[in-house]
Write a protein that binds this ligand. Structure first.
Ligand code: NDP
Length: 284
């Protein structure tokens, strides 16, 4: 292949963030499937966000991810939003579709994909701990996947009410805020119980949810959004009670699978990504 006469810019930049686990995971999928794509991590300040998006467009990227604090601010530089991203009000994945740049949110989609491997959320009653960005994405996607009822159990009443209202008013699911009282007992008819708070996230791995662990029953499917460690205290307890579980690593991998599908139209093998991720995180 001769590329010498194409008009090109070939860049070089100091990139201490290249060992990022997500980068390693996605590049592993590209390599495994012989896809001629690259996934690079660039640090972009808020004041440079607009220029960075223009740069991505100018350089012919097929899309990109963005993290906190850009998940909301990037929207004004896009041409449209996917259905759930519109409801969530934040995006983490940008996709070029034709000449349009569309914002998607794959946080909740990755979670639902992992959940569906264990149980279909359709018609289920869900207890969801947390009302931050991850909880919002999970609540919206579980509702769009057909969940019947979602209880938002959160420390802050204000944030909890916002998520419950968002779900009730925009999806077919019923949702309400439930105050997180001390030693909270999970309602026994909950089919699925999810931790979408940051309690137990590395390095605070010994932190525990303030719940009555005897209110976890074997018929409940229990999930945790935390990917490091993949087996949180909450999940370990659920396993000891005989519950089926979904961990945050599966959510993160599936999110990557969905992003790659958006950008390349190829369904990549999640096991390759899972293996690379656990290796980079040192938890294999
Ligand atoms: P946010 O900061 O937006 O929200 C944090 C949530 O945790 C809030 O609901 C907060 O409650 C609650 N919380 C934190 N500490 C406590 C505590 N001590 N007691 C009770 N509630 C508490 O974070 P995100 O939503 O962005 O992230 C949450 C988790 O989800 C993180 O662990 C993150 O790693 C994970 N995540 C995983 C992803 C994956 O792909 N696996 C993707 C995205 C996130 P309050 O509102 O009262 O402050």
């Amino acid at each position: 292949m001769t590329t010498d006469f194409l008009p090109q810019i070939t860049g070089s930049f100091a990139n201490p963030a290249s060992e990022n686990p997500t980068v390693a995971m996605i590049e592993a999928a590209y390599k495994h499937h012989n896809l001629h794509f690259r996934y690079l991590n660039c640090e972009v300040t808020s004041e440079n966000l607009k220029s960075a998006v223009e740069g991505a467009k100018a350089m012919g990227w097929t899309g990109f991810n963005c993290s906190i604090p850009h998940k909301v601010d990037v929207i004004e530089y896009l041409d449209g939003l996917g259905e759930s991203a519109k409801l969530i009000g934040a995006v983490n994945t940008i996709v070029k579709r034709g000449d349009q740049w569309i914002g998607e949110n794959t946080d909740g989609k990755g979670f639902v994909k992992a959940m569906k491997e264990v149980v279909d959320p359709k018609g289920k009653k869900i207890t969801l701990f947390g009302a931050g960005g991850a909880a919002r994405a999970v609540a919206v996607e579980m509702a769009l996947a057909g969940a019947k009822e979602i209880l938002i159990v959160n420390r802050s009443k204000e944030r909890g009410n916002v998520v419950a209202k968002l779900v009730s008013q925009n999806t077919g699911a019923q949702s309400s805020y439930v105050p997180w009282t001390q030693n909270y007992s999970i309602q026994p008819d909950s089919d699925i119980v999810i931790n979408a708070t940051s309690i137990g996230l590395f390095p605070n791995v010994d932190d525990k949810l303030d719940i009555n662990f005897d209110s976890i029953f074997p018929q409940m499917v229990v999930a945790d959004g935390i990917h490091n460690p993949p087996l949180t205290h909450f999940l370990k307890t659920a396993i000891s009670k005989g519950c089926k579980t979904v961990n945050g690593l599966q959510m993160l991998v599936n999110q990557g699978v969905i992003g790659v599908k958006y950008w390349t139209n190829v369904d990549v093998d999640p096991t390759v990504m899972h293996q690379k991720l656990t290796h980079v995180l040192g938890i294999d």
